[in-house]
Design a protein around this ligand. Sequence first.
Ligand code: ADP
Length: 265
Amino acid sequence: MARRHAPTQHHTDVPLVRAVNVTKSFHDNQVLKGIDIDVHAGEVVSLLGPSGSGKTTFLRCINMLESIDGGRIFVDGELMGYEDRGGTLHHLPDKAKAAQRRDIGMVFQRFNLFPHMTAIDNLMEAPVQVKGLSKRDARERATELLDKVGLADKADAYPAQLSGGQQQRVAIARALAMEPKLMLFDEPTSALDPELVGEVLNVMRDLAQAGMTMIVVTHEMSFAREVCDRVVFMDGGVVVEQGDPAQVMVNPQHERTRQFLRRLT
Ligand code: ADP
């Protein structure tokens, strides 16, 4: 499949996400060792790399589900934390954090729907509670989104009545209900039975084609190759190489990337 659009269309000057020398440790285990990544509005970027290389941690840092130890992350020009006069990074107060996170949608490996709510109520919850949308407007938007992910007929179903693929599509629609600027996907298909993977990837593909900015941790190489503008290969807490999917996946420059790709085939 042809990729979505020429890269020149979406390369504005200020990246939507800018990570500068990001470091993060869990106790004495340094998981991120200085990550620099820019993602421009409209770009779809996949993070590839062996298990344990820090991909999920990095994604969680962008969304402030994890705090960083050093470096800087900006989303839409806003620092995800603040610096004092001495340049020390502090974490945002909860209120400011919540305000910034509102613009970032995240989809997890496990679908994380509210189990006691129907699909449509799952979609309406945050727009009503967090954004103060009227129930009527929230329902209208939720109905459109369920239709978009092919689940208009499941509005009143509870998560337990849906397949894993359907639950994940509801989870994507729920994230979209907040009208995020950025969507983060953390291995969204890896908990699914193989026959359900395609329907979720198709929804993500549609979203990419509609121009959403997306960062996707995935092991789905065909998705990375066909849908993403760029792949970023991480290993051992660093970015080993990045670039056009065809270039990095077909003709990798680094031995570590070659080894990783060989193991997949
Ligand atoms: P990947 O997504 O590339 O598989 P992760 O970011 O999940 O990598 O994990 C990188 C490393 O960080 C692993 O060694 C993992 O055990 C460790 N790690 C991740 N989250 C935590 C945590 N909350 N506490 C302690 N160690 C963690």
